[in-house]
Design a protein around this ligand. Structure first.
Ligand code: DAH
Length: 346
């Protein structure tokens, strides 16, 4: 009888479900009884052999049995899932009292802090940052800057040559020429170029064979020395404080005319005893000037139409002044006790 068979089947499922200890076994049971080819489906196909008047009653019984089995499996599944989750939570328990790993987080090098500070002054004024190669050609490092082969100014920058044509750049000023030549439309330019430079110096408290500069160049129509002075004043105040002022002294650089040496006023109370300004009240911080017409011409700008100014910051010197270093070598010998004191995020 179909009814008996159904009851047997229900018993069989109940036994199996009771004995199932994990969800994988339960899934097998589900497939065995409830899938398309499972045991319950075969009952449905047997229904066609039942006399017509018994069909509705039988159909109900089969559906009821199916519901019974489905409930049985679903309830057990819930129980097993909860059990498995609990086991997982137990086995993967994290001991929050264990000591953690101590990750060392680095800090910015004081010179990079100064570079970032200077860039942050210039970016809002419309300048863009430009970088270039440290292995430079003689042409960009010297010739395009109005320093031909036999020019005595070359002697001031004792140079590491790689070949007669290639060298380790002695100044970031070469980026002036690079930027002007790259700008084929010859439109106005405002750039700021930080970078390492190299000179064959004997290392002592104020000299290093490697140091850092920031070059700044503005080219446009009607750019004047007044614009340069205003920019320098702004930079000095932002870098060293609102009360500081600047002083321009005339100087000489082959690529600027006129050229100036720029001093910032010292913050000392008594200049007679001040070791920084050494009694003068002024501290030299950078060189600058109006771009020499030859330099404009060699890089494709018409000096009758365009003028410009350039500034050359010595990052090492400014860093030493700002943070009170008395020996440039402290900036380069990687003593973390010294250089990690100046944490400052951008
Ligand atoms: N390049 C110069 C040097 O290394 C510094 C300098 C001076 C850069 C005057 C400039 C400038 O752009 O106008 O000594």
């Amino acid at each position: 009888m179909l009814v008996d068979k159904l009851n047997e089947l229900k018993e069989e499922v109940k036994l199996k479900v009771d004995n199932a200890n994990d969800t994988a076994t339960l899934l097998e049971i589900k497939n065995e009884f409830l899938s398309k080819k499972g045991k319950m489906s075969s009952f449905m196909s047997e229904l066609k052999n039942v006399p017509n008047e018994e069909k509705p009653a039988m159909g109900n019984l089969i559906n009821e049995a199916k519901k019974f089995i489905t409930n049985l499996i679903e309830n057990k599944q819930k129980t097993l899932q909860e059990k498995e989750l609990e086991e997982k939570l137990q086995s993967e328990r994290i001991d929050v009292t264990l000591p953690g790993y101590n990750y060392h987080s680095g800090s910015k090098h004081p010179m990079n802090i100064v570079v970032d500070e200077i860039i942050d002054i210039f970016l809002p004024l419309g300048y863009s940052v430009v970088e270039g190669p440290e292995v430079e050609t003689d042409k960009f490092n010297f010739e395009y800057l109005n320093i031909p082969l036999d020019h005595p100014a070359r002697a001031m920058q004792d140079t590491f040559y790689i070949t007669p044509e290639l060298l380790l750049r002695t100044q970031t000023s070469g980026l002036q020429a690079r930027a002007m030549q790259a700008n084929t439309l010859k439109t106005p330019l405002k750039i700021i170029c930080p970078g390492k430079v190299y000179r064959r110096d004997d290392d002592d408290a104020t000299h290093s064979h490697q140091f850092m500069q920031i070059e700044t160049l503005v080219v446009g129509k009607d750019v004047s020395l007044a614009n340069l002075k205003q920019t320098l004043d702004l930079v000095a105040k932002k870098m060293f404080g609102e009360k500081r002022s600047i002083r321009l002294r005339s100087s000489y650089f082959p690529f600027t005319e006129p050229s100036v040496e720029v001093d910032v006023s010292c913050a000392c109370k008594n200049k007679q005893t001040c070791p920084i300004c050494k009694g003068t009240g002024w501290i030299e911080i950078l060189g600058a000037g109006m771009v020499h017409p030859n330099v404009l011409k060699m890089s494709g700008y018409d000096p009758d139409v365009y003028s410009g100014y350039a500034i050359g910051f010595g990052v090492d010197r400014i860093t030493m002044l700002k943070y009170g270093f008395d020996d440039i070598r402290q900036l380069y010998n990687n003593d973390l006790r010294v250089i990690s004191q100046f944490v400052k995020e951008r």
